[in-house]
Design a protein. Sequence first.
Length: 436
Amino acid sequence: MIPRYSRPEMVALWAPEARFRIWFEIEAHATEALGELGVVPKSAAKALWDWWATNPVIDVAAIDAIEAVTKHDVIAFLTWVAENVGDEARFMHQGMTSSDVLDTCLAVQLARASDLLLADIDKLLDVLKRRAFEHKLTPTIGRSHGIHAEPVTFGLKLAEAYAEFSRNKARLLAARADIATCAISGAVGTFANIDPRVEEYVAGKLDLAVEPVSTQVIPRDRHAIFFATLGVIASSIERLAVEVRHLQRTEVLEAEEYFSPGQKGSSAMPHKRNPVLTENLTGLARMVRGYVTPALENVALWHERDISHSSVERYIGPDATITLDFALARLTGVMDKLLVYPARMQKNLDRMGGLVHSQRVLLALTQAGVSREDSYRLVQRNAMKVWESDGELSLLELLKADPEVPLSDAELEEKFDLGYHFKQVDTIFERVFGES
């Protein structure tokens, strides 16, 4: 992943040093368990841990040099450890296969990446909640098909986003539980050369669950649902980013990204204030979703294992989590500093001569004894005059003057009360936040 869209903590999780450290822990814990079972001398694990305590530096270049000859990364790592630890290292990897190390390591990395992403979501939720209550009763226009529909509040828009990311948090927690499994089961998953208790021991040390049945690998349906979940979260990021982008259009300008002192919007046009952050988020979301299909295709491996999934996961593991981590943090910053313009929202609400109240008039006519078909015809007939006047005419005044409309002026005026639309805002907020 390129540095421009990366944050240090998530990047560090996928660095070669981090991977090799996890590999060592897996091997040392397994050797420790084998020692307790009497399969290897207990001194073997002690030698490993003693060396580790006094030699915390991973020589990535040395391991890479060995791999250039062996053409096998796990063997290269084991060889490097043996060169440093000495004779006792021969008891490492007893009864294990490479996938025991690789898959268990990936489970640890994805679980830790999940924890970082969950923390990101919590920060975003805090911001969305604060801004939702700030604008709980800020009137704005709701749009369907991009066209004015009926009034909502800006707080409700933010409450929708909060609810969506709350669901995403639950999805990611479930995906984390699904992915965080340990497999130390040997060449084809039969435990023929290693006791299942070794797997249980290593799983406990690494805060993983035991994989109930593996082949030579952990089943890739677990990884598929994990990356699919990241794709859904990315789509939610894009959904909110697109909303901001639309609201920032010059013709709308109800909200916009914070424009910092010294910031420039265009190399050619000094007046420009472009929604560059949310446009960037739209692009990043596309990238994260792009990793979902390869993860799904990794599920169907040949027999007990092939390595067609391996190269894919070396890409998508780091890239998807690093990109999503960056995107969540960026979205949090956007929403925290989002500039909101209530006066412009009100101006846009009023722009079309009261058309946004058409449904209330329609319902009032049906309740006054007019058929629904005729009620619709009467309201639409007057509404189209307002539409075609670009809001210069008033729907209320046209309805008052229409001899076919059997409602008094007072009854009609009551149907144009903006506050009517917000009478259930407290109910919705209580559903979303558990408080009003």
